[in-house]
Design a binder for this molecule. Structure first.
Ligand code: NDP
Length: 239
């Protein structure tokens, strides 16, 4: 039977690739994003359902619930990004507070609110995944802090959901090319450095993340929970 799968931020990049993969497997997939525009192409191409939602907003999430199936098998909390790429350059304390909070909102609060909103719909045998980041272990200011918080929060989530037969894990990408993440602000030098940091000598692709997400959502991964699965070509290792 087809599973019901929600991929937040599924209009572009990693989320889009994850959604297209599950749709190609015959699953019932819903994607979300704040802008209707980027949701159109994957919806047209693969038949995934596209719904506009800002996952930082509890009211928007409550409205989203009215559009979603009663049972959710797989939740992929992918929506996020480093809001510093969209920052206005202000450096005063008020701007610092605004931007810091915005990164926590974008990457940590989105996942926590979405999981909370869907709690009663998550079914036994299900899987929750959050897209974390190598930045949680390597820095990157408030963005890295938000992804580190996501991984720590996931530990208690795994215990809460484990009792109901649901897994909860983080997939932590290293540098992934061909997404909108860097907003065209990745200098050639920095890109070369990120690739040089890997053991594989190449950037990651959205498909690399699809592999990890598909595995964690599969029957083969039922005893894996509360973990961070790093997908970074060896740019960060746990030993
Ligand atoms: P993209 O910018 O292509 O994708 C992010 C998606 O999230 C967009 O479709 C965006 O759509 C959506 N989104 C952002 N905020 C919200 C929100 N509040 N509510 C709903 N949707 C939202 O970048 P990636 O695919 O690279 O990023 C996906 C995830 O991977 C992010 O969590 C990112 O932090 C993480 N990541 C990426 C890495 C990389 O190198 N690319 C490395 C490590 C982690 P819209 O703006 O329309 O809402």
């Amino acid at each position: 039977m087809a599973r019901n799968i929600l991929v937040t931020g599924g209009g572009t990049g990693i989320g889009r690739a994850v959604a297209l993969h599950f749709a190609a497997q015959g699953e019932q997939v819903v994607i979300t994003g704040r802008r209707p525009g980027p949701l159109e192409e994957p919806a047209r191409r693969s038949g995934v359902r596209a719904l506009v939602c800002d996952h930082t907003d509890p009211d928007a999430l409550t409205r989203l619930l009215g559009e979603l199936p009663e049972r959710i098998d797989v939740l992929v909390n992918n929506a996020g990004g480093n809001i510093m790429f969209d920052a206005d350059g202000r450096t005063d304390l008020a701007a610092y507070a605004r931007d810091f909070r915005a990164n926590l909102d974008a990457n940590l609060v989105t996942a926590a609110l979405t999981t909370k909103a869907l709690d009663e719909r998550l079914v036994e045998g299900g899987a929750v995944m959050h897209i974390g980041s190598i930045a949680a272990d390597q820095g990157a200011g408030s963005y890295g802090a938000s992804k580190a918080g996501l991984a720590t929060w996931n530990i208690s989530l795994a215990h809460e959901l484990g009792a109901r037969g649901i897994t909860a894990n983080v997939v932590a990408p290293g540098y992934i090319a061909d997404t909108d993440f860097f907003r065209d602000q990745l200098a050639d030098e920095r890109r070369a450095q990120l690739i040089a940091n890997t053991a594989t000598g190449r950037p990651g692709s959205p498909e690399d993340i699809v592999g990890a997400v598909a595995f964690l959502a599969s029957p083969a991964a039922r005893h894996i929970t509360g973990q961070v699965l790093h997908v970074n070509g060896g740019a960060h290792t746990t030993r």
